[in-house]
Ligand binder design. Structure first.
Ligand code: ADP
Ligand code: MG
Length: 240
């Protein structure tokens, strides 16, 4: 589903991604962790072209990421993204947040879009809030809305960038539960998160990034139980 080959990216003089290689198969769940500033967000944002890279190659679901709007749009159709700060439209209701893309991007009739929106709102256990505005919901509820909104666009791959790190502790579980369900249904997922319980439960592979490089990559058992590099040992001692 995703092939990243020798990807390099610079912000001006700053070399932020260094020779990144990563292949993700259909249905695989990858957890990415690493210190702040190591390039995790930059890497996953390259996958749907929220960021550009200067060297290397990227293929998503067989489509080459090149500087052509047709390819970029085709890739974005397949890729959903959930951010740390939800990014809901504050002036639209929850239901309108979920139908906007379906109606304007996918050109669906409103009634059909609303039916699908309600289906996903039920799945994330929040259908009774459909007519409220984002500001009237808790952080955990808003993040579940953001996940449902993404699913309405029928993505084949979901990218999560620290989806629980802006939440109060008591709300983390309700969001992780939704992510675990999605994983169990077979979604291809890349999740930047330091939630080690989640990683152990669903990840096929855990990746450690540091200073723009993939330093280590392993099954969760080996990754946490038998870290190979000093850098990962130090990181784990700080976060666990
Ligand atoms: P992470 O998600 O692992 O915390 P990021 O990918 O956000 O790391 O950032 C990696 C590095 O790139 C950091 O040093 C950050 O300051 C820098 N950076 C991120 N975005 C930009 C930008 N738009 N312009 C310049 N530097 C940036
Ligand atoms: Mg980040």
């Amino acid at each position: 589903m995703i092939r990243i080959s020798n990807m390099n990216k610079w912000y001006g003089q700053f070399h932020v991604l260094k020779d990144i290689n990563l292949n993700v198969r259909k249905g695989e769940k990858i957890v990415i962790c690493g210190p702040s500033g190591s390039g995790k967000s930059t890497m996953i944002r390259c996958i749907n072209r929220l960021e550009e890279f200067q060297q290397g190659a990227l293929q998503v679901n067989g489509i080459e990421m090149i500087d052509d709007i047709k390819n970029i749009e085709a890739i974005r159709k397949d890729v959903g993204m959930v951010f740390q700060h939800f990014n809901l439209f504050p002036h639209l209701t929850i239901l309108e947040n979920l139908t906007l893309g379906q109606v304007w991007v996918q050109k669906k009739p409103k009634a059909e879009a609303e039916a699908l929106a309600m289906k996903y709102l039920e799945r994330v256990k929040i259908a009774n809030q459909a007519n409220k505005y984002p500001g009237q919901l808790s952080g955990g509820q808003q993040q579940r809305v953001a996940i449902a909104r993404s699913l309405c666009m029928a993505p084949q791959i979901m990218l999560f960038d620290e989806p629980t790190s802006a939440l109060d502790p008591e709300m983390v579980k309700e969001v992780l539960d939704v992510m675990v369900e999605l994983a169990e249904e077979g979604m291809t997922m890349l999740c930047v998160t330091h939630e080690m319980g989640f990683a152990k439960k669903v990840a096929d592979r855990v990746i450690f990034m540091d200073a723009g490089e993939i330093v280590e990559e392993n099954t969760p058992d080996e990754f946490f139980g038998n870290p190979q590099t000093d850098r990962l040992q130090l990181f784990l001692s700080q976060v666990l």
